[in-house]
Design a protein around this ligand. Structure first.
Ligand code: UDP
Length: 322
């Protein structure tokens, strides 16, 4: 039985990855420091023989007993308001945490996959974004702590690959959504759904003409799984190229929730990327992968998830991104 370590296991993506690897017949070792993760996301796994969990911060030395075949590093705050609240931890988990896990991968002769991001492209001047674009990142802006940690993460991962001949994989993840997102994490989808469910207006930042391209979580997990098992070490974009403005997205959420509210406009946060859309030519060719779940289908499942939360949870609105 193959053994896989998944960091950030109690988070949105980490918990879905745990589910997938369990379903594929792996022994899964989850790790999380629970700063932004939530044990409820993996509660259902504790009864399984082939799941174990370590409450640990990977910025500190990481010890895991026994063999490891794969390491997937998904621990990191991932929402812009989190980077503002915990900027140092965000930098540390992407840099020191990655270094510790690369060391562990080397010691165990494991293959390591890191969760990189479309944020390495910053506020992109090339559209759609191809893997060979180097990006337009403000290192000292509010997003710099995340973007630069992830850029460093890619660089140190490639260095271990070339210098130590470690088997490594780099996925650049674009905006992803689905059940287990935190309702108050400040990102646009949970914010809009929460606002619509509380019968509040939706807050589109700026004039709402900025674009994003939203991928349903099962599609993303499938792309990651295929990339891990491929033999390609350079970065690969995984995302859904269906691009939409934030205004259009707000209209879709109002319709989906049958809300009679309006979209209002509040100030645009600093360095908010104006456009984002993955070019997935490489993933199509290399992995035979492309997204299957439409926004209409994915949003319906996600709304059902948010509807299943307690009224106390639904009442919590997100703090503002200044
Ligand atoms: N956004 C918005 N209203 C909100 C939250 C976010 O208009 O209440 C916008 C945000 O300015 C950005 C887009 O939605 O242009 C996506 O934001 P998110 O934080 O979800 O992710 P990002 O892609 O910026 O990391």
């Amino acid at each position: 039985m193959k053994r896989v370590l998944i960091t950030g296991a109690a988070g949105f993506l980490g918990s879905h990855l745990c589910d997938r690897f369990i379903a594929e017949g792996y022994h899964v070792i989850g790790m999380d420091n629970l700063i932004t993760g939530d044990m409820r996301n993996i509660q259902h796994l504790f009864k399984l023989e082939h799941f174990e969990f370590y409450h640990h911060d990977v910025s500190k030395f990481v010890f895991v007993p026994g063999d490891l075949d794969y390491i997937l590093h998904f621990a990191s705050p991932a929402s812009p308001i989190d980077y503002l609240k915990i900027p140092i931890q965000t930098l540390k988990v992407g840099s020191l945490g990655t270094h510790n896990l690369l060391g562990l991968a080397k010691a165990k002769k494991a293959r390591m996959l890191i969760a990189s991001t479309s944020e390495v492209y910053g506020d992109p001047l090339v559209h759609p974004q191809t893997e060979d674009y180097w990006g337009n990142v403000n290192p000292v802006g509010p997003r710099g702590v995340y973007d630069e940690a992830k850029r460093f993460q890619e660089a140190i991962t490639m260095a271990y690959h070339t210098f130590h001949k470690l088997e490594t994989r780099i996925v650049r993840i674009f905006n992803t959504y689905g059940p287990r997102m935190r309702l108050n994490d400040g990102r646009v989808l949970p914010t809009f759904i929460g606002q619509a469910m509380r019968n509040e207006p939706l807050t589109a930042f700026g004039d709402g003409s900025q674009t994003r391209s939203f991928c349903y979580v099962s599609d993303l997990v499938d792309g990651i799984y295929k990339l891990l098992l491929s033999d390609y070490a350079l970065p690969v974009n995984i995302g859904n190229p269906a691009e939409i403005t934030i205004n259009e997205f707000g209209e879709e959420i109002l319709k989906l929730t049958a809300s009679t509210q309006k979209i209002i406009h509040t100030p645009l946060p600093k360095d908010d990327p104006k456009q984002r859309k993955p070019d997935i030519t490489l993933a199509r060719k290399l992995l035979g992968w492309e997204p299957k779940v439409s926004r209409a289908e994915g949003l319906k499942i996600t709304l059902d998830y948010f509807k299943s939360l307690s009224p106390e949870e639904l009442a919590k609105s997100a703090p503002r991104f200044a």
